[in-house]
Design a protein around this ligand. Sequence first.
Ligand code: IVH
Length: 661
Amino acid sequence: MDTKERIAWLRETINQANEAYHTYDNPTISDYDYDMYMKELVDLEARHPELKTVDSPTERVGGKVLDGFSKVTHAVPMMSLSNVFSEDELRQFIGRIQKSVGQVDLITELKIDGLAVSLSYEEGLFVRAATRGNGLVGEDVTDNVKTIRSLPLRLKQPVSITVRGEIFMPHQSFRKVNESRLLEGLPLFANPRNAAAGTIRQLDTNVVSKRGLDLFAYTIVESDQYAHTQKEALDVLENLGFKVNPHARLVSDTSSLIDAINTYDTLRKTMPYDTDGVVIKVNDIALHETIGYTAKSPKWATAYKFQAEQVKTTIQGITFQVGRSGVITPVALLDPVQISGSVVARATLHNEDYIKTKDIRINDTVLVHKAGEIIPEVIEVIMDDRRDQVPFEMVDACPVCGSLVERQPGEADHYCTNPECPGKTMNLLIHFASRQAMDIDTLGEKVVAVLHDLGYLQTIPDIYGLNAHKEALKDLPGFAEKKVDKLLKAIEDSKNQPFEKVLFALGIKHVGQKVAKTLVTHMKTMDHLIKATAEELALIPDIGPMIAQSLKDYFQISEHIAQIEALRAYGLSMEDRSEDILGETFSGMTFVLTGKLETMTRDEAADAINRLGGKVTSSVSQKTSVVVAGSDAGSKLSKAEALGVKVIDEKEFKEMLDDTK
Ligand code: IVH
């Protein structure tokens, strides 16, 4: 196969895999193979820019930083929908249609809660995506929309067409995005819709590419050229390669319409994405012109809005939580209520300003919901039910240690000023031991709490001193011998964690996983980092003045330096050792990874090989030096055996890695 053929084959394979995975939820190849093919294609296109095309799947990986978004005038305006909120209003809507055109079939579709987008194709090629904007003029978000894996870059027919649909963030992506924002110390997105809208307006397409957005197409502009009915239009969209929501239904009378809506209301609670209603449209497209439009919306369609699950309850008290960086978060203690499938007894009140703006007080009756179907939140106070409660006052002393609480100018949060606050310490210890940080298995919340209360764990270095209390620990209730051994071994193993994990584990404000990695890459050692001035730090890409200041503040405290020295003495890594291992051991060798590895992910294995100068490829050939076969290895293993390529198992692979240390 020559390069051109290989590129064509890779594009075809990746496109098919994309469609199978993202449009039909039916993966055909492993994520690993997908990544490897993509990597190969990116490499080939970089080496042969003359073979690049605008519909290549590599266009989706981002890599562009935009200066802003230019304006796009919609050739056909993007209208909005009227809303109905009750069965009564729904009947009136149908009555008006019947008066105009008589009895007609309706089609119901889930109303996806995201943001509308207009997609233009020329002769089958995707050329532009624009947001709704004010309906007449939107913003050109082509580069960002390109990263959405389920969006076809080339249609199955060479048509010039404009299609409209909804960009949304599935719950799974939303959770992942917020989890990592939490680790990075960034404000969380309140719900998937905000997250999707925020993502589409990102200037770095790389970020967009990783956020896991998705898209359902639901309208063909000037659809009468393609279909007689909306049902047919949805089929056309699907046949062109778009992802179309599978829950559209045809109904021909009001009572089946109401049944359908009730079914949707149950169904939506199990959906992996947010929906906020049902869109009801006249199915026969020829009737749309006859029924007509108001200035803002079609008269042949409406949105029946679901009641977002908001539940009334009372606030029994307000408590305060102390986070690892000392942030004090007020939390409402509620009369427990069932909301969207679970019992809720606590809801976040965010900060002092949130409470003051909404004037939330103890004993108030309030409406509570789950923001983004996930985080319980107090929405508003039912003022009619208010008796004579006292206005809320933020605590001036830390609820855990009693020290002074402070609010920095320009920040919404209050902080405990005591660097040794036990509330802070406990959360810091839990963070330090967490999987993303030092990965000390079994040193979770409960164990930390017990050891902290008994005085064994007061500071981070105490973790590494636990060994000395081995016998005493075994006598503690709930600490069997095996459990203690396991804990101590996990602690010992954690000493091998690289510097970037150690730095992240320290829990410095604004130093999340990514920031820690960047700092380590640029500063190399803890000593350099401690000595660096705020100006020097702020020169590092992605390190802003806020992070730089936070590091300076942290290192100014002598206890922090003492703690770092103690950890260094225990053998924790305080410098970037990745370059030491960057040996040549595997130089010139090509590895293929196949099957399931037990003790590491394939990414980690590939990373280790790359660091040692080796290459990882996806398919076995005469040129392959070694095949690492995990469990359930399939055709690649047989091929290696047939070609006489060296095959090793995971244990042997790990030994090879250990030999290089
Ligand atoms: S049809 C004339 N169908 O709802 C407007 N819209 O409030 C035709 N939406 O801006 C829109 N799911 O963002 C239509 N299945 C669906 C929809 C849908 C979500 C959104 C869309 C629109 C908004 C109208």
